[in-house]
Write a protein that binds this ligand. Structure first.
Ligand code: PAF
Length: 282
């Protein structure tokens, strides 16, 4: 496994590779790797000649300084995990390597995909994500890029960015990996105690109940039920719960089987945000 810290070193290596290998799979990450990330690497390895992962905690996608400071940093262990699954190349740039002197995000229009959910609760978050993923795509020029469905809004926004920029990249969405108790795997889970992790099973349990309830109850009734589950909850605060169309991410008021829909939830515990979603199919 090769590890590169600079764009120049990575590009030189990619130039050599591209003359002999045809497809490049890319998995951008912010490190603190877990099995969910590794499943993306495995998917890439199955479908590409060469797999590249990046590890970069992108400052412009954090709206709160504390959140950025607390983000888990486990580079040494991440590199061991990547080596063990035979990732070919890892790109670990510094902030100045990708942003020069001005650590600011560009402004994007994602056709409204950015307006609700994470977009309305984390100011500027998707401009930060768009900025860094665009930069990384321009450097790596992957054939296929892999993202987890846990961050479904991010996945749709990256698809939109690729479409608008005419990038020749296929964005592949991969299923969310879960802990035994159903909690969606996330780097932020490292910030939870064992007890909090156990209690967080409520998130996926609620999402599964929501799917069942869509067969007989209105969305208004379901929203009220979800909100009641978190009223007076000793640990979790509900930040949002919505059912939205997968393609537009616009919130819907009626369940429909014609256009795929998903239920989305965000809860906070001690300022740590946990998000999850589930497809609604009958
Ligand atoms: O999902 C993430 O880990 C990040 O948002 C990404 C896509 C690596 C961009 O920094």
């Amino acid at each position: 496994m090769k590890v590169f810290k600079t764009v120049r070193e990575l590009k030189i290596s990619l130039k050599k590779i591209s003359s002999v290998k045809s497809s490049i799979g890319f998995v951008p990450t912010m490190g603190a790797l877990h099995k969910g990330h590794l499943s993306l690497i495995e998917e890439s390895k199955k479908n590409n000649d060469i797999t590249i992962a990046s590890i970069f905690i992108n400052p412009t996608q954090f709206d709160k300084k504390g959140d950025l400071e607390n983000y888990p940093r486990t580079l040494e262990n991440d590199l061991i995990l990547l080596k063990n699954i035979a990732c070919d190349i890892v790109f670990t740039p510094s902030i100045s390597e990708l942003y020069n002197k001005s650590i600011v995000a560009n402004s994007f229009d994602f056709d409204g995909l950015e307006n609700n959910m994470e977009g309305s609760h984390r100011k500027g978050h998707f401009n930060g994500v768009g900025t860094i993923v665009k930069k990384l795509f321009e450097i790596v020029m992957p054939t296929n890029a892999y993202f987890g469905e846990k961050d479904f809004q991010q996945l749709q926004i990256i698809r939109k960015m690729v479409e608008k920029n005419h990038f020749p990249v296929t964005v592949v969405g991969c299923p969310t990996l879960r802990e035994e108790n159903g909690l969606a795997m996330s780097s932020r889970n490292k910030l939870l105690t064992k007890e909090e992790k156990q209690q967080a099973s409520i998130i996926y349990e609620i999402l599964n109940d929501v799917v069942k309830k869509t067969k007989s109850q209105s969305i208004e009734e379901i929203k009220e039920w979800v909100s009641n589950q978190f009223k007076n909850h000793p640990l979790f605060d509900l930040q949002y719960f919505i059912i939205a169309e997968e393609k537009t991410l616009k919130s819907v008021s009626i369940i429909s089987q014609n256009k795929p829909q998903r239920a989305f939830i965000a809860v906070t515990i001690k300022n740590i945000r946990l998000i999850d979603n589930i497809s609604i199919k009958h």
